[in-house]
Design a protein around this ligand. Structure first.
Ligand SMILES: C[S@@+](CC[C@H](N)C(=O)[O-])C[C@H]1O[C@@H](n2cnc3c(N)ncnc32)[C@H](O)[C@@H]1O
Length: 209
């Protein structure tokens, strides 16, 4: 598994912090769709460094996160130390396909730059649907996708990516029970880490009615 899919050790921690710098535009576009309010109970899937939470989510009423890398749990807990110590934030180790929370706990769930790494996509969406309150929203941001006009063959193989088109995302989300699905795109972002251009990132928003 690549360090992007599961950052581990000193290198993984450094990479995760670097990703937060490289993902600035992805964060901005995800944030627009999340539109967090102080009453939100927020769950993040694959939080990595936890820097998105520190920068943009500290005002919500509750924060939770799951990441399958123990080192990311440590890093995000450290970076969000005050929120964790105050009892407002919790970062758990685990797989997105089995969420350790009760039904209807969250008003918003986000997955930023992680959905294309998931193996059990359908199971994960059913789990997200379960933990969302009725009226709750899911936001999935993916810089790489099947609608972006790029030949990703090399990276699909190297990083074991599973890319989706907007149409495929809509089908998956409907199957999991979501409604009001909106697929948006954002244009031309430069990732400083690799000098990589993302011509058409995708932000998906769906509601549990
Ligand atoms: C590319 S990083 C993105 C991190 C963060 N969202 C960001 O944009 O800075 C992907 C993160 O998702 C986590 N991840 C990947 N697959 C996962 C899974 N099945 N369950 C939980 N976490 C997962 C990885 O450990 C990693 O921290």
């Amino acid at each position: 598994m690549s360090q992007f899919a599961k950052p581990i050790g000193f290198f993984g921690k450094t990479l995760a912090k670097g990703m937060a710098r490289g993902h600035k535009e992805f964060y901005k576009n995800a944030l627009k769709a999340i539109n967090p309010t102080k009453d939100d109970k927020y769950l993040e899937i694959g939080f990595g460094s936890g820097i998105f939470i520190k920068k943009y989510m500290s005002h919500v009423s509750r924060i939770a996160g799951i990441d399958h890398s123990d080192d990311m749990v440590k890093l995000a807990s450290d970076i969000n130390k005050k929120l964790v110590e105050s009892g407002k934030a919790e970062f758990k180790q685990g797989n997105a396909s089995s969420l350790p929370w009760d039904d209807n706990e969250f008003t918003v769930v986000a997955a930023i730059e992680v959905f294309f790494f998931l193996n059990e996509t359908e199971k994960t969406l059913v789990e997200i649907f379960r933990v969302l309150k009725p009226g709750g929203r899911l936001i999935i941001e993916m810089a790489f996708n099947k609608d972006d006009g790029v030949d990703h063959k090399k990276y699909i193989k190297k990083m074991n990516l599973k890319l989706y088109s907007g149409e495929e995302m809509e089908k998956l989300l409907k199957k999991a029970g979501f409604n009001d699905i909106v697929i948006d795109y954002f244009e031309a972002v430069w990732i400083p880490i690799k000098g990589y251009i993302v011509p058409k990132g995708m932000v998906v928003k769906a509601i549990k009615k």
